[in-house]
Design a protein around this ligand. Structure first.
Ligand SMILES: N[C@@H](CCC(=O)N[C@@H](CS)C(=O)NCC(=O)O)C(=O)O
Length: 248
């Protein structure tokens, strides 16, 4: 199997989605720490990293044998599923596959941007995210979750049918972090189907390994965690990842 590098930190939502897919499919990889937003060594805005991903974001993967690099979590998820023939998570049937893609596109504007507007203000105090943006994020997320409640999850166990697909991994990386046992920054109780789905997702193999950073960080709704706490949460998550990788 080709050597695969995943650049990022385990606290990052889109990085977690990729980590989860690789662990779920028992695909070995090496995680290389890249600090999001930093222009220092090992930062996502350092020229060495920008040469791999000009967008300067994590995650990014690299296949060192060929020098091939790819960023954007959803491009990575679908690429890995396609080249490895993981049709259970990215169905062969064109219409089913299109539904997974549908969610992955919907996700960016309706779930990702929104949950970022709730978690980032706590984690990145330095960004000083205006109240209005936080309020808009909350409104957008509420409407995105309403669409999941009344549409995607109205008849399905998972977002696209009865088994986990890439759509679920991407969605849980954002929505899952909001739960009371993690950051606790949003009340999910008005969405019973979403809550049922979250509980089912928690049973998926390697859920706990992938979410160690969030477990370590705990509730951030009242008090923002210090940079030291965030660092040590990422460190604990890396330890858990290393142990899981040693078994696959
Ligand atoms: N659309 C991108 C978003 C990636 C993203 O926003 N990553 C954040 C960390 S969670 C990041 O790298 N931020 C650093 C920066 O933008 O400088 C994806 O899905 O991969």
């Amino acid at each position: 199997m080709k050597h695969l590098i995943l650049y990022g930190v385990p606290f990052s939502q889109p990085v977690r989605a990729v980590m989860w897919l690789l662990l779920l499919k028992h695909h070995p990889f090496e995680m290389v720490l890249i600090n999001p937003g930093s222009s220092g060594n090992n930062g996502s805005r350092h020229p060495d990293y920008l040469a791999k991903n000009p967008g300067g974001t994590i995650p990014c993967i690299e296949e060192p044998e060929t020098g091939f690099t790819l960023a954007e979590a959803h491009a990575i998820l679908t690429y890995l599923a396609r080249i490895n023939g993981w049709t259970d998570v990215y169905p062969e049937d064109e219409q089913e596959r299109a539904k997974v893609d549908w969610y992955l596109h919907f996700h960016h504007r309706n779930i990702r941007d929104a949950s970022l507007g709730l978690v980032a203000p706590k984690i990145r105090k330095d960004l000083d995210i205006p109240e209005l943006i936080q309020e808009n994020a909350r409104r957008t997320l509420t409407s995105g979750l309403s669409a999941l409640e009344s549409g995607w999850l109205s008849d399905n166990k998972f977002l696209v049918g009865d088994s986990v697909t890439l759509a679920d991994l991407a969605a849980y990386a954002e929505i899952g972090q909001l739960q009371p046992q993690f950051t606790n920054v949003y009340d999910l109780s008005p969405f019973p189907k979403v809550q049922r789905w979250l509980n089912d997702m928690m049973q998926v193999e390697h859920h706990d390994t992938v979410h160690v950073a969030l477990t370590e960080l705990g509730d951030i709704s009242v008090e923002a965690p210090s940079m030291e706490t965030i660092k040590s949460a990422n460190k604990a998550a890396l330890g858990a990842l290393k142990a899981a990788l040693a078994e696959i």
